[in-house]
Design a protein around this ligand. Structure first.
Ligand code: G3H
Ligand code: 13P
Ligand code: ZN
Length: 341
């Protein structure tokens, strides 16, 4: 089947009360790992590419690899999503390329670092929604800024000021018409999220519950949701790596989120750790090896294992065959009729 909209997957996930992992890719092996995991667990799949991934791979390569994925895995409803689009132009270029879903991250200015104003965020996101929905493409927005609480991310104000404000979240959804909303509850990107297992002080699940109470029909998105398992850290360090002790987001907290409106869970770091650990192991144990396949295959297998595990833990396993794909044209018509907007 052709690439489908993310809105369809998230609507289905809401009906079935499960979450869908969104996994980042930069190359063929990572796309293959996700598709194999989806086949094994019979899961719908969200494959996402950041701006960095698009420039690393020259995104036309990624797009055609995704077309190959739809040919080779016709039974898997698959979405190609832009992760953290930094401007209206970036989102429009992804739409022109054939992505079926985009994130307009207007929580930050186009430099991807400076927190923006609410007004800027609404204006940029609204513009992307208008373009995307006219083509049946899904839009994820973000309100509040990702970042840890322990590291005093909200420097100058207080350690919590970057988190999503529930009142603003309600206004943002009303004014933009986004399909999915990323919220900030104390998670951050990368391996170093928490210096110890997070508690309610550092991972604000109560904030998520409040936002869901106020926006019961909005699909929520958790970014920075790698669990950074100790086993994966250990493999890297066992074979010459130098990771410092660190904690990620516990699976049970993600599962609590899924019971409370979280439909998309972003995971990149866990897969990076798994692939790097597998490659280090080959280099350490067989220093005479130089055929890239001898380390890329174990790396791909290691990523597939993590993705399949997450698909099972998030509840999407077994749901690939539940529904018939809706074309982007049909989605566009529905937006026009305000059936799903
Ligand atoms: O947004 C964070 C993802 O892990 C993508 O990271 O920007 O290094 O590709 P990246
Ligand atoms: P992790 O770094 O926790 O994997 O988060 C990935 C992410 O949020 C991509 O947008
Ligand atoms: Zn993210």
């Amino acid at each position: 089947m052709p690439l489908v909209s993310m809105r369809q997957l998230l609507d289905e996930a809401a009906q079935g009360a499960y979450g869908v992992g969104a996994f980042n890719v930069n190359n063929m092996e990572q796309i293959q790992a996700i598709m194999e995991a989806a086949r094994e667990t019979k899961s719908p799949a969200i494959v996402q590419a950041s701006r960095g991934a698009r420039s690393y791979s020259q995104d036309r390569f990624l797009y055609h690899l995704m077309l190959a994925a739809t040919e080779l895995y016709p039974e898997i409803p698959t979405v190609l999503h832009l992760d953290h689009g930094n401007s209206v132009e970036t989102c429009k270029s992804a739409i022109a390329m054939g992505f079926t879903s985009v994130m307009m991250d207007g929580s930050l200015m186009p430099d991807g670092k400076t927190p923006s104003t609410f007004e800027y965020n609404v204006k940029a996101t609204r513009e992307v929604v208008e373009t995307a929905h006219s083509k049946g493409i899904t839009v994820e927005g973000e309100i509040g800024c990702l970042g840890g609480i322990e590291d005093g991310h909200g420097a100058g104000l207080d350690a919590l000021s970057h988190l999503t404000d529930p009142d603003q979240a309600v206004e943002f959804v009303r004014q933009t018409g986004v399909d999915a909303l990323a919220i900030a509850i104390g998670t951050s990107h990368g391996a170093y999220k928490f210096t110890k297992k997070p508690t309610g002080e550092t991972l604000k699940m109560d904030r998520l519950l409040e936002i869901h109470r106020r926006l019961p029909n909005t699909h929520l998105v958790m970014h920075g949701s790698s669990s950074v398992p100790k086993e994966l850290q250990d493999i890297i360090n066992q074979y010459g790596g130098k990771l410092k002790p660190t904690w990620g987001v516990p699976i049970e907290e993600i599962q609590l989120g899924i019971k409370n409106g979280v439909r998309k869970i972003n995971v990149d770091t866990d897969n990076r750790l798994a692939m790097t650990g597998a490659i280090r192991k080959v280099f350490w144990e067989k220093p005479e090896e130089f055929d890239p396949r001898s380390y890329l295959k174990p790396a791909r297998d290691a990523m597939k294992k993590v993705v399949a595990q997450r698909m099972t833990q998030f509840g999407q396993a077994g749901h690939a065959g539940d529904y018939a794909p809706i074309s982007l044209e049909e989605m566009a018509k529905r937006y026009q009729q305000h059936l799903t907007a």
